[in-house]
Structures are given as C-alpha cells and as structure tokens.
Design a protein. Structure first.
Length: 144
C-alpha cells in the first residue's frame, strides 16, 4: 500500500514536469512571433538606408533592389542625376517593371503606367510612385 502511494506521488510529479515542459514550449512558440515583431531590425550603420555602388546604375539605366521588405528602383537618367522610387504600384501593390523602349514603368497586374519621374501616365493607380531620397556619399548611393 505504501509502495503504491510513493508511486502515485512520483507519477504526479512526473506528469507535472512533463506538462510544465509542454506548457513552456507552447508559450515559447506562441510568443516567438511577438518577440520577433518587437525586436528592432539590425541596423547597417546607414540609418536604415540602403547603400548601393554608384557604378551599379548605368546612365539611362535602372536598378531594382530590396528595400525595407519590398522592392525599390534607382535610376540615373542623366550623368550624376539619381532618382529612386518604391517599385510598389500604388494601385494594389504589384511590383512595377521598367520598359526601356517606352521609357516608363508598367505594372504587370492591371497595366498601370508611370513616367520615369514616378507620375501616373495611365491605368488605375491613384497616386504616383513613392519617391525615395538619394544621397551621394563618395562612390555610394544612400537611398531611403
Ligand atoms: S496593381 Fe498596379 S495597376 Fe493594379
């Protein structure tokens, strides 16, 4: 009889430990996304701006790049004149494409069209592409 009582106590302790471990694991899994959301992103020393090689954008050319979880584009329409935009269409958020023949950005989703300055030329987009500041720092472009 006494043996059974000790065994029951041990079983209860074991179950408590197992349930506590499962509870801790579930709490960790549930809290991980919140922790990631609240943790600031690593900074690259450019205050969140993207640094690109100035030479990576040809005169008359465009360069698409990752920007804050999306896509942006920088262009050099005249030597030393850089402009940058978010490449996210202002209609429903598709990524625009550069059409060098037409010298305009075209949205593949609903055929929205934007000028090289980001202005709406046609289609459903309600607003121009969002302009991004570009700063020259030596041979680097700092965008954002
Ligand atoms: S998402 Fe670009 S035109 Fe609709």
């Amino acid at each position: 009889m006494e043996n059974q009582s000790v065994s029951s106590t041990q079983r209860r302790f074991f179950l408590t430990v197992v349930l506590a471990a499962i509870g801790a694991a579930l709490a960790f899994l549930a809290g991980w996304p919140l922790l990631r959301f609240l943790t600031p992103l690593k900074q690259d020393g450019n205050d969140g701006r993207v640094a690109l090689d100035r030479g990576s954008v040809e005169v008359g050319g465009v360069l698409f790049f990752s920007y804050r979880g999306g896509t942006a584009v920088v262009m050099q329409m005249a030597p030393g004149e850089f402009t940058a935009f978010s490449a996210i269409c202002t209609h429903l958020g598709c990524v625009v494409q550069w059409k060098p023949q037409q010298q305009e950005f075209v949205c593949p989703c609903h055929a929205g069209r934007f000028s090289p300055a980001g202005a709406v030329l046609g289609g459903p987009p309600p607003k121009p592409l969002v302009s991004l500041p570009v700063t020259l720092s030596g041979e680097q472009l700092l965008i954002g």
